[in-house]
Each structure stands twice: as structure tokens, then as C-alpha cells.
Design a protein around this ligand. Sequence first.
Ligand SMILES: N[C@@H](CCC(=O)N[C@@H](CS)C(=O)NCC(=O)O)C(=O)O
Length: 299
Amino acid sequence: MSQPDRPHIHKERSDATVYIPRKSHKIFSYGHMTQCFTEVHFFFRTVSRLCKLTYSEFTHVKSAYLSLDILVKYNFTMSGKVVLTYFNGRGRMESIRWLLAVAGVEFEEVNITKRQEYVKLLSDGALMFEQVPLVEMDGMKLVQTKAILNYIAGKYSLYGKDLKERVMIDMYAEGVQDLMQLMMALPFMPPDANKTKLEEIERKATSRYLPVFEKALFSSQYLVGNQLSCADVQLLETTLMLEEKFPTILSKFPVVKAFQGRMKSLPAIHKFLQPGSKRKPQSDDIYVKTVCEVLDFKP
Ligand SMILES: N[C@@H](CCC(=O)N[C@@H](CS)C(=O)NCC(=O)O)C(=O)O
């Protein structure tokens, strides 16, 4: 495609990119900026500062923006595409995938497979605390799993109706995450420690965590406010993970089992559970090896 030699905006189907020919053909897409811009005006100011645009060049870019159609302009301003950067496996990203699926949000994934890719993310300044998951949405580069989950939950009405509901949702979700973290660590443990860890997980699940949810769901469809929340989604994910390791674990928790059945029949969840969805399988050796190599981690 031929590029005019003036800075301009290249329009794609539902996105747009600022093209600056004179600066080694650098391309700035709104979603690729490292900061959060709530207003397109700040984006232009930054691009023009970074690229040392003259006033006339700046005017070209700005008028190109103004001529974009509404859909593209909206997506450009809000960076409509949701992009998840993580490993090709569950880990900390899986609850985010679940929540986006339940919220009906399409997303793309960038799978980190090599150390250089991670180092590049670090040198680009994309990772605030030098850690993944990274979720790019609404023109922001989001890190910290809980913050990301809370943002999605808040945005898609999966976070209660007031502060009191919210704190209950947080309490349940934190409990679920504690249990999930124990399971997440399993594939990274040496085989001899694995058995002890499995016993610990089963014991804690049946004596500490599942009784809480059995009680909470006894007289309610959902954990909080009789309305679907992010805590329900995380609980479902965790019960399915538990059953992968302990197939009969819910036999003593009929209320949780019934909840699981109801949740699985919700259309978005039903779809996410079908083969070929973006749900990731249980971790395998390749996943563990990749994570260790990328993060330079010795288990
Ligand atoms: N509190 C962070 C922890 C993220 C985290 O530990 N991510 C791992 C991969 S799952 C990582 O990037 N580790 C690299 C490091 O800590 O240097 C979160 O919940 O997102």
C-alpha cells in the first residue's frame, strides 16, 4: 500500500493508526500507547510531541482524524479491540478470559513463547510491574489481575449494585482466588511435592472453602444480591478446576453442584465451554517449560 509522505491516519475496518513517515515510518496506534488517554486530544498532543511534528503536520493528522467515520473514530478513541498478552495457558489470565466471555466481549490473544518477546514488552514499558497478565482495552494497558477483573466486572455490570454488595463480591472472589492460586501452583511443583499439595488442596477445598459457598447459595441463585457477578464466574471456574483433580469433590456439596449446573447453562458460559472456544486446557509440560523459560524461572 502506498503511503503519502505526510503524517496521516490509516483507516482500518474498525480501527485507525497514526502514520508518521518522516520518523522511520513509525506507526502509533491509539491502543499501543503506553499511557491511558481518556481524550483523543491528549493522544494527539503526545504523538505530536514524541514525533516532533510541526504545526502543519499536526494539523494534517488532526484533520484526518476528524474525517474518520464515527465507528472508526470511536474505536480509535476508545481502542475498541481487547488484546490479552500472556502465555498460551490458563495461569492468571484464565479468570480474565472467563469474565470477558461471560460479558460477551470478543478478545484477541498474544501468546508469549520466547524470552525476547517478554523482554521487548519490558523495554517498551508495557508492563507496569514487569509482570503479565497484560490486557489492552479502552485505550489502556492494564496489569494486575484483580484490578483487571474488577474493571471488567464494573464495566459489564458484574460487580453488584452498591458498595455493600461489592465488598461481599470481593470477599467471595478473594476466597475463590486463594483456592485457585493453590491449584495454579501445582504444575510448577516437583513431582514429590505434588501429592502433598493435592492433599492440602482437597482438604482446604472441602473444609474451608466449599462449605462457605454451599451456605451462601442455599437460598440464593447467585452469591450476592441474587444477581450474577464476577464472584459467581470465578466460583464456577474453580469448581470445574477442582473436579478435574477430584472428580467427586462436589458430591457432598449439592447446592454448589446445582449452582454449577445453572451457571453452565447460561448461553455465554455454555458457548465458552464448547471445544474450540478461548478457554485454555489444563497446564501441560510445554506450558510449564515456556513460562519458566520466558520468566527465567527455575522451579
Ligand atoms: N499481582 C500480579 C502478579 C502477576 C505475576 O506474578 N505474573 C507472573 C506471571 S503469571 C509474572 O509476570 N512474573 C514475572 C515476575 O514477577 O518477575 C497479578 O495478580 O497480576
